[in-house]
Write a protein that binds this ligand. Structure first.
Ligand SMILES: Nc1ncnc2c1ncn2[C@@H]1O[C@H](COP(=O)(O)OP(=O)(O)OP(=O)(O)O)[C@@H](O)[C@H]1O
Length: 231
């Protein structure tokens, strides 16, 4: 069984008389420790697919399983606990809480867990260290660059040590140099910490960091060969 398995997944949205079907009977397998990249035109359903993997959304038909857990079926309480343990989500914008320091922002996901202050401290320190920001722990978001803010957001995503990190256009609002730093960091999380990464991007260069690239278009996933990525 693959780490991530989608079988016959259909997700459609209806607004008034208008229906869109970003995912139509989709099958997908992602193995543990892949850096899987999803390309596709705007509105093709890339975020929809990430939300299904992360247990934020459910399909109308089909099954989504992550590490043997049936994401489409769990009750919302069980799903929330599973998600807190298993999935770290990185968004295009870091969305840090402006009145909390970098340290406190990273600590937020641990508030829901029964951990001592010392355990929380150890985990936050490891996460900040992993993203190279141990020396910025007491800074507020406004005292950080955009790239550093995104590093804090990645630290927040990995602080509970999830096996899966999903990233939705994580470099979309960054300059080229900061983007490179974030992509190398995601690659290191896979290589050195065994994470499985699923990343959505529009950018062919960012996509080249992936170990596998697929394109989503008109409800279907397509294999992508190297030279196609740039088109
Ligand atoms: N909650 C929702 N209600 C109604 N329609 C939705 C909802 N979420 C997504 N959609 C529609 O589903 C389609 C896919 O959206 P999605 O955000 O997954 O695309 P995307 O590929 O991530 O786009 P982008 O690259 O622009 O971020 C779009 O047509 C969108 O309008």
């Amino acid at each position: 069984m693959s780490f991530i398995e989608l079988r016959g997944v259909t997700r459609r949205f209806t607004k008034g008389e208008h229906t869109v079907t970003p995912l139509a009977d989709v099958d997908l397998d992602i193995e543990r420790n892949e850096f899987f990249v999803l390309l596709g035109p705007s509105g093709s359903g890339k975020t929809t697919l990430l939300n299904l993997l992360a247990g934020i959304d459910r399909p109308q038909a089909g099954t989504v399983s992550v590490d043997g857990f049936d994401v489409a079926k769990g009750s919302s309480g069980r799903l929330a606990r599973w998600r807190a343990r298993t999935v770290g989500y990185v968004f295009q914008r870091a969305s840090l809480v402006p009145v909390l320091t970098a340290y406190e922002n990273v600590e937020v996901p641990l508030w829901l867990q029964r951990l001592s202050r010392d355990e929380r401290h150890t985990r936050v320190s490891i996460a900040l260290e992993a993203v190279g920001l141990a020396d910025r722990a007491s800074h507020l978001p406004k005292q950080l660059s955009g790239g550093q803010e995104q590093r804090v957001a990645i630290a927040r995503a990995i602080v509970a040590d999830p096996d899966l990190v999903v990233a939705d256009e994580p470099t979309g609002s960054l300059d080229a140099e900061s983007a490179e730093g974030i992509l190398s960091l995601l690659r290191r999380l896979r290589e050195e910490r065994g994470k499985t990464i699923v990343m959505v991007t529009h950018d062919p260069h960012a996509a080249s960091y992936g170990t596998r690239i697929m394109r989503l278009d008109k409800g279907q996933l397509h294999e992508t060969q190297g030279q196609e990525v740039a088109s």
